[in-house]
Design a protein around this ligand. Structure first.
Ligand code: ADP
Ligand code: MG
Length: 314
């Protein structure tokens, strides 16, 4: 195994950009671009494992279920999450396989459909706040709550949407399989969309739950699992910023874990977007990781070399 190992987490925009319709061709084209960046990193001598978001894809799957519900039974959220891992995993295998060959690298690529163990007692289950699926009116939302028992909430600027809990991941059920594949030189794609959340029932069986895990946290778990020194979180901004979106916005090139914690506590990094990335980076470093970097997809290789993005260190 190469000495250098990295877990690369692809944000949702790396796969499906805003305002795109979501065709397979668009997603494949975006994944080809992402795959060229990943192949550059492999060429630089890194052993690579990849994880990715699935928000837009699961949204489409849920909408498809909704539209077809009078003809075919809708699938629960855990099954939809698994479906999205298969779909994105397949497209990524196609795109990454090609990109590696073009780069002159002969490496096997495989997706591991991953379940993520969460704690049924996680406080997130008391407070579902992650919006998923299609939007509707407030009146429709009340009907859905009565009919399905889902929790619906008003999402600013969007309308009403279903909200589900977003518990913290404890472990990857397929962790052993992923670690062995990675150690054998396979470019592993795992824990897509944060993995399918499962809880352990009192009898010991695992049961899928209606929740979503943030992929940034599972990316950190995955990196610890395979012993990667680097965690690279790729998104659609060049750097993490202070006072983001304001006239006095200030990009951060490097911050320590202590500084990151202070900025988190001061509310600089919102819960639904930059917060989980910075928290995942902090958790990874405190658990023994060497470097965590948050950067844009296009500057991935430079960011890993310390020339772009935001580097977080102990
Ligand atoms: P991903 O799909 O990559 O996880 P997210 O939307 O969850 O993407 O998070 C990235 C987004 O975080 C950026 O597009 C940006 O709008 C937002 N963001 C919020 N706060 C900050 C900040 N302090 N610095 C940089 N980006 C921020
Ligand atoms: Mg995100």
């Amino acid at each position: 195994m190469p000495e250098k190992a990295v877990v690369i987490a692809l944000g949702g925009n790396a796969i499906l950009q805003h305002r795109e319709a979501g065709t397979a061709e668009e997603q494949l084209a975006n994944l080809r671009r992402a795959s060229r960046r990943i192949a550059e990193i492999a060429r630089d001598g890194y052993a690579v494992a990849v994880t990715h978001g699935n928000g837009p894809q699961v949204g489409d799957i849920l909408l498809r279920n909704e539209i077809a519900k009078d003809v075919l039974p809708p699938m629960p959220l855990d099954v939809c999450g698994a479906e999205s891992q298969g779909m994105i995993g397949y497209l990524l295998q196609q795109a990454l396989g090609e990109a590696l060959i073009e780069t002159g690298l002969d490496m096997p690529v495989a997706t591991v459909l991953t379940r993520t163990l969460v704690d049924g007692g996680d406080p997130a289950f008391e407070n579902p706040e992650k919006p998923i699926g299609p939007t509707c009116t407030a009146m429709q939302a009340r009907g859905i709550e009565r009919e399905k028992g889902w929790r619906m909430a008003q999402v600013p600027g969007q309308g009403c949407r279903r909200v589900v809990p977003s518990p913290r991941p404890l472990a990857l059920v397929e962790g052993e399989a992923i670690a062995r594949l990675f150690a054998a030189g396979v470019v592993v794609i795992a824990a897509g969309g944060g993995g399918v959340p499962v809880v352990r029932e009192s009898g010991g069986a695992l049961c899928g739950v209606e929740a979503v895990v943030d992929k940034d946290y599972t990316a950190a778990l995955l990196a610890r699992l395979i012993g990667a020194g680097d965690l690279l979180l790729l998104t659609d901004v060049e750097r993490v910023a202070l006072n983001y979106g304001r006239p006095d916005q200030q990009e951060i090139r490097e911050m320590t874990v202590a500084e990151a914690r202070r900025h988190l506590a001061a509310g600089q990094f919102p819960a639904g977007s930059m917060g989980p990335k910075v928290e995942a980076a902090v958790g990874f470093l405190e658990a023994g990781g060497e470097r965590a970097t948050i950067a844009s997809l296009d500057s991935a290789a430079g960011a890993l070399a310390g020339r772009a993005g935001t580097r977080i260190r102990l």
